[in-house]
Design a protein around this ligand. Structure first.
Ligand SMILES: C[S@@+](CC[C@H](N)C(=O)[O-])C[C@H]1O[C@@H](n2cnc3c(N)ncnc32)[C@H](O)[C@@H]1O
Ligand SMILES: Nc1nc2[nH]cc(C(=O)O)c2c(=O)[nH]1
Ligand code: SF4
Ligand SMILES: [Mg+2]
Length: 242
């Protein structure tokens, strides 16, 4: 049986980001990432600080844990990380969940392809802007988007770019121009991962949201787009497992 490195299983909560924002869902967070974004809000998945908490679980064990935690109060599971696209055999888990008529969302950055992307109901690809200090591999991203388009999966796909500054906005325009047929989301960057008062953070993030809306409204290259905050950050701040 294949085993997967898991750091968190939590929920039910709401999907706080992107294409299915507000959807009631469980989360499975895998360990390990091929990136190291400067502002990663889940750095514990790759920086070694939660190494001792990583469990190696089979697909059956993950589903058991989801049901122990969420009971019968969910029919949707979001797989995030880290980068879950590092895991070759994830179709084990996907098949099991689909057999139970549970829908599946996945969060990944678009650096790696996996054939099981074709089975994901809500696939979010989130290429990283300059503020992250990561370099986009455009060939890899082109390959992923072309593959999804060829297999008629764009209905199940979205692009989501996190924005911290004007340079990031230029990057977002470039991504949207390159893939005009993919539903496009701009997301407020959380630049205060240390704040532990959720009302203070929410007030700051709403200011950032207003700034981002103003920029998008002014850009003729960003018309067919959606602009969103991280709803979970507005409600629960920087708390983990929500
Ligand atoms: C933690 S990542 C895990 C999945 C995958 N590695 C990725 O980056 O898409 C999930 C989402 O959170 C976003 N994110 C990470 N740190 C953030 C921050 N400080 N502010 C806003 N969004 C952030 C990422 O861009 C991504 O869309
Ligand atoms: N509620 C909630 N929504 C989310 N959407 C994406 C998340 C992630 O960390 O990938 C996330 C998360 O951690 N919590
Ligand atoms: S790709 Fe995702 S998980 Fe990896 S460092 Fe960046 S935001 Fe964090
Ligand atoms: Mg998160």
């Amino acid at each position: 049986m294949n085993k997967f490195p898991v750091l968190e299983i939590f929920g039910p909560t709401i999907q706080g980001e992107g294409m299915v924002v507000g959807r009631k869902t469980m989360f499975v967070r895998t360990a390990g990432c091929d990136y190291s974004c400067a502002w990663c809000d889940s750095a514990f998945t790759w920086d070694g600080s939660a190494k001792q908490d990583i469990e190696r679980l089979t697909a059956h064990e993950i589903v058991d844990r989801l049901i122990q935690t969420g009971g019968d109060q969910f029919d949707h599971v979001t797989i995030s990380g880290g980068n879950p696209a590092l895991l070759k055999n994830l179709h084990d888990l996907i098949n099991l969940l689909h057999e139970k008529e549970i829908e599946i969302a996945l969060e990944t950055q678009g650096s790696r392809w996996q054939d099981w992307f074709l089975e994901i109901d809500d696939l979010t690809i989130s290429p990283k802007p300059p503020s992250s200090k990561m370099e986009t591999n455009w060939e890899a991203l082109d390959g992923i988007i072309n593959h999804l388009e060829k297999e008629e999966r764009l209905r199940n796909t979205s692009l989501k770019v996190v924005i911290f500054n004007n340079e990031d906005l230029k990057y977002a325009e470039k991504v949207h121009e390159r893939y005009p047929n993919v539903p496009f989301f701009l997301q407020v960057g959380n630049d205060d991962l240390e704040e532990d008062e959720s009302s203070t953070l929410a007030s700051h993030l709403l200011d950032q949201y207003e700034w981002l809306i103003d920029q998008v409204v002014a850009s003729p290259k960003l018309n067919k787009v959606r602009v969103l905050p991280q709803v979970h950050a507005l409600v629960w701040g920087n708390k983990r497992g929500v």
